[in-house]
Design a protein around this ligand. Structure first.
Ligand code: TXA
Ligand code: MG
Length: 358
């Protein structure tokens, strides 16, 4: 079975919406990454997501809505802080973990007492969700363990023939997934850094906590116990089930190089030369500012270090490109962890399996 390629005409959106209502899988663009959508209240439809992605069953899904009123069927007893966040950041790249309504299928929440919900800020996503008129469960539209798709062609690379349709709305904007914030605890806890930054959240709601596993995974406090075990899990138990799996991984072995930027460039070139001399096909993940400074089999820029949002937007596409080029080892520059930099470094560390060199 082939996957239907749809555009964004009214007719295409109506077709995609009808497929969703009928329990079929439809991939669609959001402002972060492409999502793989299924009717959230249809357990059999949701089940197909896990099959198509090869996703572990204990990893819950984010439910996408187009209107605030749709929240009533999904979540209950909203804490006041949730109202403030919705007003400030929806539609946008902020997922809220809320107390669930009993009607939400266990398949969506992996049996948790909470449900994750977001309203994407993308005209095609919103129009599809409005037309479908049902809440849509949607993880990133990649095979489990692959970098999230930021273009329809990435979705097809991973899922062609496994899903009914993909709506091609061009490349996504933010490029990394939404921030996941648990508001069932006080103060609210960041489970996954993303497009809405810690700094932005603090301005609206004040104090925040961060999932301990995120802190430990940051370079300042490398814990060897966090190195992924052979079964692909990390040795701590993060609150967001998805965070325990190694993710976003390119096929080549990736190393992150930390330290002052000019020293990074020097050290990376030394490492590349050594690795190349050993006969390993070696790549460098860099930015426009330093692209010309390297000699390697593949030197790929994600964007401009001066404008970190361009690095976020380009990151996953570059990870996929290394695979296409058959790169066996990748050395990556690192980035300051302020603003969107926190999400970039979180994804880079996961992609690298927490391999860091200083
Ligand atoms: O930007 C995004 O969020 C994209 C687009 C498509 O909206 N979606 C996405 O979904 O990244 P996914 O499935 O790749 O990531 C969902 C994350 C996982 O880490 C999962 O464990 C967490 O959200 N999550 C979902 N429900 C949860 C819950 N009830 N409690 C805690 N974490 C939850
Ligand atoms: Mg994902």
């Amino acid at each position: 079975m082939g996957t239907a390629r749809l555009g964004t005409t009214r007719q295409d959106i109506e077709r995609a919406a009808e497929l969703l209502r009928q329990g079929e899988l439809v991939a669609f663009p959001t402002e972060t990454v492409y999502g793989l959508g299924a009717h959230a209240m249809d357990a059999a439809a949701v089940d197909k997501i896990f099959q198509a992605k090869g996703r572990p069953a204990d990893n819950p899904l984010i439910v996408h809505i187009a209107h605030r009123v749709q929240l009533a069927d999904l979540a209950d007893n909203l804490p006041p802080v949730a109202e403030k966040l919705i007003e400030s950041f929806w539609p946008g790249p902020l997922t809220l973990v809320l107390p669930r309504q009993p009607g939400v299928p266990d398949r969506v929440t992996a049996g948790l007492s909470t449900v994750a919900v977001r309203m994407p800020n993308h005209p095609v996503a919103l129009s599809l969700l409005q037309t479908a008129g049902v809440p849509v469960a949607a993880p990133s539209a990649n095979r489990s363990g692959r970098p999230s798709p930021t273009a329809a062609v990435h979705v097809l690379e991973d899922l062609d023939g496994k899903i009914t349709a993909v709506v091609d709305g061009g490349t996504t904007g933010v490029g990394v997934e939404s921030t996941v914030l648990d508001v069932t605890v006080d103060p609210p806890m960041i489970l996954r850094p993303g497009g809405v930054t810690k700094e932005m959240l603090r301005q609206v709601i004040g104090p925040l906590q961060e999932d301990l596993s995120l802190k430990r995974n940051s370079g300042e406090e490398m814990d060897p116990a966090l190195a992924p075990a052979a079964n692909g899990r990390i040795a701590t138990a993060p609150r967001s089930p998805g965070m325990k799996y190694t993710h976003y991984a390119p096929r080549g072995e990736m190393w992150i190089v930390e330290g002052p930027v000019d020293k990074q460039v020097e050290l990376i070139q030394t490492l590349v030369d050594k690795s190349t001399a050993e006969g390993t096909r070696t790549g460098v993940l860099t930015t426009d500012e330093h692209q010309a400074a390297y000699r390697a089999d593949a030197v790929l820029s994600c964007g401009k270090r001066e404008a970190l949002e361009t690095v976020a937007a380009g990151l996953y596409g570059v990870l996929r490109r290394f695979d296409e080029l058959g790169v066996e080892r990748i050395y990556a520059e690192s980035f300051p962890e302020a603003g969107i930099g926190a999400a970039i470094m979180n994804r880079l560390r996961k992609a690298a399996g927490y391999r860091v060199i200083r």
